[in-house]
Design a protein around this ligand. Structure first.
Ligand code: HEC
Length: 451
């Protein structure tokens, strides 16, 4: 009995020291991701030498797939590593993250899961307590017998404080699946991520004015897409547009590049920031009248900076057209060409009488269904309240306003109107005026060319 037990134990240990240790249960040996300061830049080709050095077989490919080339301090993100080769049948990888300025220290940490092992330098498994970490495959995610390629998903939590640019070092083994270190193709790559949201803005912001982003009216309505003007919103010369990587639950963020806008105590979604301008959307407020406004830098942090209080008047409607250079309403033909004087927008065309064109604007109030500011409607959301539209002074019949509501796929502050240009319109730059509750779109630039 004792002998048998012993025999079983020896057998397991043998397994562990051969295939299991290297290729399988605990992934690749630590410090083989190709970091120059780790064991003189060792990568998998130090042992998988048949086709050394790494990247010598051009038929294979190692890619790192990211939602954005940035990280936010302390905010976990998913990194995808894809390895492909036409002949390989088993797959392995290793990845580590280092501050570019000091590749001897770890940047953040990886989370192990059923497909991903995290090894520490020089030994042990995560949590690594601040020592260098290596995310790697295990026996399951080496997908023995799988052809063409595999993708691993790795959860990475960046450092809590920004450390400047971070470099991801990745190595991959497109192996032949025979369980040895021969006949395997090795690939290496690096990717650099810049820090986002460091929040070290040092100057107190000055708020000067707010305006409808289309008409420049200073009275704003709920959900209006608007701009605030002033100074020191951002470091001079730096600008930041919200991208998909910034979205929070599928909506525009209420903090972008360490800047927030607060109206009537509510945070507004932001789409763009530069030192003297912020583009944002008024929250779906139900109160009207004057409301306090603040610009807040480094929001919620010990170094938070608030502007003096400003005031904005909120009304039910603030209808305005978006324009091309304040000279022509932002409009397109049914087949997607820009309607504008070619002198204003190169390639612009005039609308034809009888055509249906689409106009874009903001400030037209609530819709059905209601969208919160920052959300992105995917389908139809018509205006809740009545609107009239005149073209060249002639009131459009209800049947010639084919759609009046939010523009699907865009931030919920962008409205679109599909209207038919009357046959009676006089060719030239024709004024189009939309009116809600007695408030009309702007006159300056509120025209479209008609032929
Ligand atoms: C210190 C030497 C060494 C290094 C470095 C090394 N390996 Fe290996 N690897 C081996 C050996 C030896 C085997 C053969 C099986 C065993 O002994 O565990 C192996 C096997 C494998 C296998 C299974 C191969 C097959 O054909 O089935 C995979 C996958 C693998 N290694 C991935 C990697 C990856 C990915 C790296 C780099 C990040 C790497 N290894 C770095 C020594 C190494």
């Amino acid at each position: 009995m004792n002998r048998m037990m012993h025999a079983v134990v020896v057998c397991a240990a043998t397994l562990l020291s051969s295939s299991a240790v290297m290729g399988f249960s605990r992934g690749a040996p630590f410090a083989s991701s190709g970091v120059p300061t780790d064991m003189a830049g060792r990568d998998c080709s130090a042992c998988h030498r048949t086709f050394a050095p790494a990247n010598s077989d051009a038929r294979g490919k190692l890619t790192v797939i990211l939602e954005a080339m940035t990280y936010r301090p302390g905010v976990k993100q998913t990194i995808r590593v894809r390895l492909e080769h036409p002949e390989a049948r088993r797959w392995g990888f290793q990845m580590t993250a280092r501050p570019t300025s000091d590749t001897t220290s770890m940047a953040g940490s990886f989370t192990p899961n059923e497909n991903i092992v995290v090894n520490c330098d020089p030994s042990g498994a995560a949590p690594c307590g601040g020592s260098r970490e290596f995310a790697t495959h295990n026996v399951i995610s080496s997908r023995n017998g799988t052809a063409d390629g595999v993708t691993w998903e790795i959860e990475w939590t960046p450092p809590a404080n920004e450390v400047g640019e971070v470099t991801l070092f990745v190595a991959g083994n497109a192996a032949d699946g025979t369980g040895s270190n021969a006949n395997d193709r090795i690939y290496t790559t690096t990717v650099k991520l810049s820090a986002e949201g460091a929040c070290n803005l040092a100057r107190r912001p000055t708020l000067r004015s707010l305006a409808n982003a289309g008409s420049f009216s200073t009275t704003l309505a709920p959900n209006t897409f608007a701009s605030v003007f002033g100074a020191d919103f951002e470091v001079a010369g730096r600008s930041r547009a919200a991208g998909v990587g910034d979205f929070v639950n599928g909506a525009f963020p209420t903090q972008l590049a360490c800047v927030a806008v607060e109206i009537g105590g509510r945070r507004a979604p932001i789409s763009y920031v530069q030192s003297d301008q912020i583009n944002f959307q008024v929250p779906a407020l139900t109160q009207t009248g004057p409301l306090p406004v603040f610009i807040i830098l480094n929001p919620g942090r010990p170094n938070e900076l608030r502007s003096d209080q400003g005031t904005v008047t909120i009304a039910q409607y603030s209808p305005g057209w978006f324009t091309f250079s304040n000279r022509s309403i932002a409009a397109t033909t049914a087949d997607g060409r820009i309607v504008a004087d070619a002198a204003v927008v190169a390639g612009g065309v005039a609308a034809r009488r009888g055509d249906v064109i689409t106009l874009y604007g903001t400030g037209f109030g609530f819709t059905d269904p209601v969208f919160q500011a920052g959300e992105i409607p995917t389908g139809v959301a018509r205006l809740r309240d009545p609107i009239t539209i005149t073209v060249g002074g002639t009131m459009l019949a209800a049947g010639d306003i084919l759609y009046a509501g939010l523009a699907p796929g865009l931030i919920s502050g962008v409205y679109q109107f599909n209207i038919r240009i009357p046959m009676s319109a006089t060719p030239g730059n024709v004024a189009i005026v939309a009116t809600m509750g007695g408030v009309s779109t702007q006159t300056a630039g509120g025209t479209v060319p008609v032929q």
